[in-house]
Ligand binder design. Sequence first.
Ligand SMILES: Cc1cc2nc3c(=O)[nH]c(=O)nc-3n(C[C@H](O)[C@H](O)[C@H](O)COP(=O)(O)O)c2cc1C
Ligand SMILES: CC(C)CC(=O)C(=O)O
Length: 337
Amino acid sequence: MQYFNVMDYEAPAQARMNAAHWDYYAGGSGDEITLHANRAIFDHIRLRPRMLVDVTTCDTSTSVLGSPVSMPILVAPTAQHGFAHPEGECETARGVGQAGTLLTASSVSSRRLEDVAAAASGPLWFQLYVFDDNTITVDVVQRAEQAGYKAIVLTVDVPRFGNRERDLRNAFHLPVSANFDVPDVTKLKPSLTWRDLAWLKSLTSLPILVKGVLTGEDTILALEHGADGIVVSNHGGRQLDGAITSLEALPEVVEASSGRCEVYFDGGIRRGTDVIKALALGAHAVLVGRPVLWGLAVNGQEGVRHVLELLRNELELAMALCGAPTLKQITPTLIRR
Ligand SMILES: Cc1cc2nc3c(=O)[nH]c(=O)nc-3n(C[C@H](O)[C@H](O)[C@H](O)COP(=O)(O)O)c2cc1C
Ligand SMILES: CC(C)CC(=O)C(=O)O
């Protein structure tokens, strides 16, 4: 089997995995309208390439909150990599390191955050879920800081767990996380508000990104409450079905942030041309969720590395064909009005 693009990994990954685990990875909420829209929206955005620019070398390297990475393509936090590979997130971290980019490790993990850090050779961010018991948050944030994670990514779009009907049909329940002793990881703190961001900032000196913002209004609130970065995301179509796609939300978030913080993007990235579209609309970098899990299931760290390299190579080609050999040259003028 040859893998010419990241989608080539999808069916082989499914074939290797337990069916309920596959559905958990693949699925969205409700009718999966937002899940599908996240992909479809990219087809409606067209590029305006410029010609006769010297594109002998196209440089994809950048830095994210100060950490250098080989490309503006990072790995989104996804739960329970143990469903895809016996080494779980440690194996993912090895592959991400080989690709020279950054892994966001999920709170809800098959491996402890310290073990993931030990396996990593590249920078890490830690994704935080907040449970009712504050001592869990205090403990895990301090551990992440001590283990060398470079930022906390607070996910704000799960006041309650979304309606994942595939999981209901399969009678699937997420196992406990290796990171903490919480019997039901889908019971997050529903009373969490912007005020808690200030409390979170008091626990750590790490920068805090807010993940799951879809409006200009919430962008302004996030910045008012001390966020150091925003991740525009609808959680891969797994929370509010019918929510706006991340790509539709991106311009208003970028506008509301008015250059005060780095704005990141996730949802439906499968091609280098998707990456260039998100960057042109103002994202500093994108994060990729499911494709990394496919690579992990098919071929462990090598699969993870290859999925990321495929995306990097496609981005590099798209930069050449757009006449934008540096990331700085990827501007809104690349997008048809
Ligand atoms: C199987 C799976 C598990 C996820 N777990 C988490 C998680 O633990 N924390 C979180 O913030 N987001 C989680 N997400 C959402 C991703 O971080 C990301 O927003 C989304 O997957 C991006 O879309 P994509 O899969 O189309 O690239 C999960 C997504 C998937 C598919
Ligand atoms: C809410 C979680 C426990 C995991 C998650 O983020 C997801 O399954 O999308």
